[in-house]
Structures are given as structure tokens and as C-alpha cells.
Design a protein around this ligand. Structure first.
Ligand code: HEC
Ligand code: HEC
Length: 365
């Protein structure tokens, strides 16, 4: 009996100790306002995205100052995270794998303008793995009020909190002409920063401009990807966000029965069960682990799935079925897997992941 009490006490102290250590972040993070300016994608202005960048990296956006957007969206990883599920403000885990942020063009900045879509699907109108948000400006506020991620219940508390931070006076004044902090302005600034994160400097892009040819192995991988294994029927690597004409969602047979039904949870239509957004493969070499639940640790594991791991789910996409309607078994030889993986590495944008305009403006002391 005695030992049990001792154990309990020990556990309680350990718990207390760990949560205190997490909530009290003693590192001092300072900000100089002499920042490399982040340009807005739609205007020549820089003050709005620069404010957004500070907000993106500021842990004050979480209830206990422990987590920033950048905690789960790391620049060196194309703004994704390298763990299966990320830790939120109370160390609880997200239920899905964090996503890279790049080439997201929201429509929201055009609300007041008359715009003609340059081409269908040009704007990224489906955000998150299940596409449940359609407007970037609304979407960027969701993590702040998420009970796992950043924990605010009332955004007016955030307005008041940021109003007490001296550097925001200057930053809001520059971005909006006065110091008033509103939820709307926070959303505009963060979404302007998020939209400014663009990736166009991969070896793949340079090869497309005929500036730098791919190696023989990469070229072989590219042609296997587009022809033999037909990956490109879903992952359209040449489009900015990866699925221009492929449709947005697909079920790739990860399970015969999904625990997380993705799009199906949103539409409540069983026909959508197990469908997830077709992810962009830009920077995919940096964004392990893979899939909505980070189940695969490496690209090799992903290739194994497509090679002979596709499960027979009733909603399995037709592009991954044989003519008889059974799951395709591609039995991809190792040499082909290696070539495809070499090709996927040409989609890495080293400029974006080191660009000062997107980097952490705070200095940790
Ligand atoms: C605790 C970790 C965590 C924090 C903090 C966080 N995110 Fe995320 N983010 C995620 C996860 C996980 C997903 C995927 C969620 C899903 O699909 O349900 C995601 C998805 C996104 C996406 C969708 C990308 C796409 O292509 O659809 C964007 C954009 C994004 N986050 C921006 C932000 C911004 C801006 C902040 C700060 C206000 C933020 N995130 C804070 C974990 C986090
Ligand atoms: C039917 C459409 C479709 C086809 C064909 C397809 N994929 Fe996918 N791919 C998806 C979807 C959807 C996901 C995300 C699934 C999930 O998380 O549940 C995905 C995920 C991935 C990922 C992980 C990306 C990440 O960020 O987690 C990689 C890598 C990948 N696919 C490579 C390939 C390769 C290589 C091929 C060809 C052998 C291929 N895909 C064929 C739709 C497709």
C-alpha cells in the first residue's frame, strides 16, 4: 500500500513538474523592428505580411506563451513538422500530421475586387487534410482557438493581450495606419504572410525552364512517375499546389476501414470516407513522416504502400484499381522506387527554406 502512495506522489510531482516547465518559457525572445521585409503577393506592400510574419512566430498567440504557428510549421521543413503529431500548448497532440505551407493562394484578399479566376482550381479553396476550410483568412485563426493547438477561447482576449506588447503598436500602425488591433486585422496579416510563402526555385522548376537538366536517374524517375505508375494522374507536380485538374480528394486505400474518415467526417457522406486532400509533393523530401496521420516514416515506406499495400476500401480511387475493380498491385522494382525517390528530391526548394523573408524574426537569448 505504502509503495502505491509513494508512486502516486512521485507521478503527481513529475506531472506538476513537467507542466510547469512547459508553461513557463524562460528563454527571452527579442524582436528588432529592422526586419527583412516580406512582400505581399498581390500588392507592392510589405508591412502587412511582415506583421503577419511576426505573429506567425510569436508564442504570445497561444494561451500560455508556449506555442507559435512556427512550432508546428518549421521553415527548414517547408513549414511542416517532423513528428507524426505535433504538441499543442498543453502538450496534447494534434490528431493529424502538420502540413507544409507553400504556394497557398487564398481568395480572401480579392473579396472587395472583381476577379476572374485565371484558371479553374488556381485558388486553393480547400484547406486542411479534409478541405474543411475554404477561406484562408478564416482558416488562419482556427489554430489560435483550437483547444489542442493554441488554446484561446475568446479572440478578444488575444486582441487585449497583443495590445500590451509594445512592438505591435509600431507594426500595426505601419500595416494599417493606426494601432488598433482587431481579430480581422490579425487574420489579414497572418494570411498575407502565409500567402507570401512561395516555392518556385526547385531543380524541377529550373529543369522546366531548361536551365538545369535533371540527371539520368531523376529523369527516369520523372517518366516512371508520370507514365508507368501514373502518380501524376493525382499529384500534378507541375501545378503550384499539386492537383490542378486531378480533383481535390482521393482515397488511396491506406486501410480497409479508416479511423479518421477525412472528407467523410465533413460531408457526413459515407461515399467520402477515407478521402483526403491530394497533397502537393513539393518539398516532400523534407516533410516526413507522411500521410494525414504520419503513418509512414520514409519515402521508401510510401513506395511500399503503392507497390503492394493498397487496401480494398469501398471508396478506393479508380486510378488505383485494376479493370476488375481490385486494388492495383504495382510490384514496383527497387530500381524504379529509387528513381522515383530521386525524382521527388528534385522538388526540394532550398531557397524557400532558408529565405530570410520567411524566417524567425525573434532572437532567442
Ligand atoms: C500544434 C500544432 C500546430 C499549430 C500551433 C499550428 N498548426 Fe497549422 N496545422 C497543424 C496541423 C496538424 C494541420 C493539419 C490539420 C488538419 O488537417 O486537420 C495544420 C494545417 C495548417 C494549414 C493548412 C495547409 C493546407 O495546405 O491545407 C495552414 C495554412 C496552417 N496550418 C497554418 C497555421 C497557422 C497560420 C498557425 C498559427 C496561427 C498554425 N497553423 C498553427 C498543426 C499546427
Ligand atoms: C488516386 C490519386 C493518387 C495516386 C494515383 C497517387 N497518389 Fe500519392 N497521395 C494521394 C493522396 C490523397 C495522398 C494523401 C492520403 C492520406 O493522407 O490519406 C497521397 C500521399 C502521397 C505521399 C505522401 C505525401 C505527404 O505529404 O504526406 C507521397 C510521397 C505520394 N502520395 C506519392 C505518390 C506516388 C509516388 C504515386 C505513384 C506510385 C502516387 N502517390 C499515386 C493520392 C494519390
Amino acid at each position: 500500500m505504502k509503495t502505491n502512495y509513494a508512486l502516486l506522489l512521485f507521478a503527481a510531482i513529475a506531472l506538476l513538474g513537467s507542466s510547469c516547465a512547459f508553461e513557463e518559457d524562460n528563454s527571452v525572445r527579442t524582436l528588432t523592428l529592422d526586419l527583412p521585409q516580406t512582400p505581399d503577393v498581390y500588392t507592392t506592400g510589405t508591412h502587412l505580411p511582415t506583421l503577419g510574419r511576426v505573429l506567425f512566430y510569436d508564442r504570445k498567440l497561444s494561451l500560455n506563451n508556449s506555442v507559435a504557428c512556427a512550432s508546428c510549421h518549421k521553415q527548414t521543413l517547408a513549414f511542416a513538422d517532423n513528428v507524426r503529431f505535433s504538441e499543442g500548448f498543453e502538450r496534447k497532440l494534434t490528431t493529424r500530421n502538420s502540413m507544409p505551407i507553400q504556394n497557398i493562394l487564398g481568395r480572401s484578399h480579392f473579396d472587395s475586387l472583381v476577379v476572374i479566376d485565371p484558371m479553374p482550381g488556381f485558388f486553393q479553396n480547400f484547406l486542411f487534410w479534409d478541405g474543411r476550410e475554404h477561406d484562408l483568412k478564416t482558416m488562419v485563426m482556427k489554430p489560435i482557438v483550437n483547444h489542442v493547438e493554441m488554446g484561446f477561447t475568446d479572440l478578444s482576449e488575444l486582441e487585449t493581450k497583443l495590445g500590451r506588447v509594445p512592438y505591435y503598436e509600431t507594426l500595426f500602425e505601419k500595416a494599417f495606419g493606426d494601432r488598433t488591433i482587431t481579430e480581422e486585422r490579425i487574420a489579414l496579416a497572418i494570411s498575407s504572410f502565409v500567402q507570401s510563402i512561395s516555392s518556385q526555385q526547385t531543380r524541377f522548376d529550373r529543369a522546366a525552364m531548361n536551365n538545369e537538366p535533371l540527371s539520368a536517374l531523376e529523369q527516369k524517375g520523372r517518366s516512371l512517375f508520370t507514365t508507368v505508375y501514373d502518380c501524376n494522374s493525382c499529384h500534378q507536380v507541375e501545378s503550384p499546389h499539386g492537383y490542378l485538374h486531378a480533383g481535390v480528394f482521393a482515397n488511396i486505400g491506406l486501410e480497409a476501414n479508416y479511423q479518421d474518415n477525412g472528407l467523410g467526417e465533413v460531408t457526413k457522406n459515407s461515399f467520402d470516407n477515407g478521402k483526403f486532400k491530394i497533397p502537393s509533393l513539393r518539398n516532400v523530401a523534407l516533410t516526413a513522416p507522411y500521410m494525414h496521420d504520419g503513418r509512414f516514416e520514409t519515402l521508401d515506406d510510401v513506395m511500399e504502400h503503392y507497390s503492394h499495400g493498397i487496401a480494398n476500401h469501398p471508396n478506393l480511387d479508380h486510378r488505383l484499381k485494376t479493370e476488375k475493380g481490385t486494388p492495383r498491385v504495382m510490384e514496383i522494382p527497387d530500381s524504379d522506387k529509387d528513381a522515383i525517390i530521386a525524382f521527388l528530391h528534385t522538388l526540394t526548394d532550398y531557397q524557400m527554406i532558408t529565405d530570410k523573408k520567411f524566417s524567425d524574426p525573434f532572437k532567442v537569448e
